[in-house]
Ligand binder design. Sequence first.
Ligand code: UDX
Ligand code: UDX
Length: 464
Amino acid sequence: MSKEKFTKKILCIGAGYVGGPTMAMIAARCPQYKVTVVDINEEKIKAWESDELPIFEPGLLEVVKEARGRNLFFSTELENNIKESEIIFVSVNTPTKTFGEGAGKSADLQYWEKCARDIRSAAESDKIIVEKSTLPVKTAIAMERILNENEKGLKFEVVSNPEFLAEGTAVKDLENPDRVLIGSKETESGLNARNEIVEIFANWIPHDRLITSNLMSAELSKLVANSFLAQRISSINSISALCEKVDANVSEVSRAIGKDSRIGNKFLHASVGFGGSCFKKDILNLVYLCETFGLYEVAAYWESIVKMNEYQETRFVQTINKALFNTVTNKRIALFGFAFKANTSDTRESPAFYITKKLMEEKAHVVISDPKAIKNAKVDLKDFNNKIEYEIDPYKAAHHAHAIAIITEWELYKELDYEKIYSNMERPAFIFDGRNILDHQKLFEIGFNVYPIGKPHLIHFNES
Ligand code: UDX
Ligand code: UDX
């Protein structure tokens, strides 16, 4: 009988960048559990059932294939799946609110709350609800109240298990995480629920990396981890602006400070700016939380990280404009990369969007190239679609271009034949390396005018 076949029945609501890969890994590592992932988006569920997964993530298809049909299932059916499961992960999106109180900063919890109500109405037995989505501190308590207001005498325990995976390395991060954090109430039933979740991850993760805490600490830790990571990028990006003024080299500064074991060398790579669905959203969430408690100085401190990121994006476009003799109108500018980082098709909050928008306002002829993100770029830029050119082949994108701007650090851009590219570009030819991934001296010798981030510009004429 299938009922006895599995020792735990786990459901996840939300088959996105977080829910899909996380559940695939749990199913692959724990064949004794039945893992079902549901989503309201039928197309997405069909894609999870095929070999064309809805997200690009290195190594993910292999993990999905290991478990799919054995103990990993995808579905759009919510009610029966809720009834059947003992543990429900909720991984629906929690975007920044665009309306009303907290607009522009606080998280929009409508999907989360709707899930809680759906669970309450369908459930016929007690369940553990796991917060996977990043949520404001104290959401778990509020959700537990909603869930436990039921007339069926059912008991729900809400546990927080924030996800720290990064896109592009999701499989590696899930397989071998630095830590897994599980927060719960410190009551007897809270601790029992916590242990149930610990037990899942203990199937493949060493015990010393399974960290437990109270509910609020777990919720807050997720916001703080992302804010600290983003803070490092904004800090080094702020220094990149200064480096350009004093002929210092930001990579040399990063290396020098990163050798200090107290500072460490990660997340010190100056760039065109950070993107992704989490950093900005989570910092603004933290800012809102601080403001709610009247901690205005603390809020302003964290908000400055977002402002510095916006400044870095603006500075990049200004550099392009200034270098191209203060006009980009009708000039062909090839953007190499649209994804917010390499190895993902995700374009959420990508600096590429802001840069494209600004260049379009200046009436430039923008050509977007990216090995994986063109489909998403077209959706993001639908308002400009008939004016923007999309070209997957970087050589063709750069043909007759006045300038190339590297936006995403895809490996393939390091390996292109830049002599060939140069020979087909307009003169003078410019390259703006928003990721500092190219050999700038070599490009200069080919004939390019080269503008890295936080390093001296290499130009063939006097800059006014
Ligand atoms: C989401 C949250 O945005 C983030 O805050 C959290 O840290 C993890 O979960 P992500 O997986 O990247 O991140 O979001 P997304 O790819 O948009 O996936 C959410 C999925 O939930 C979508 O596929 C959406 O269709 C689905 N969904 C949303 C539901 O199934 N039901 C709903 O009511 C709302
Ligand atoms: C981040 C966190 O790393 C992860 O733990 C959390 O679960 C979700 O948010 P993600 O947004 O997928 O993950 O990517 P991440 O690798 O953190 O990069 C975020 C942005 O910062 C990217 O645009 C990236 O290009 C940029 N970045 C990163 C830099 O500009 N410089 C760096 O040194 C590192």
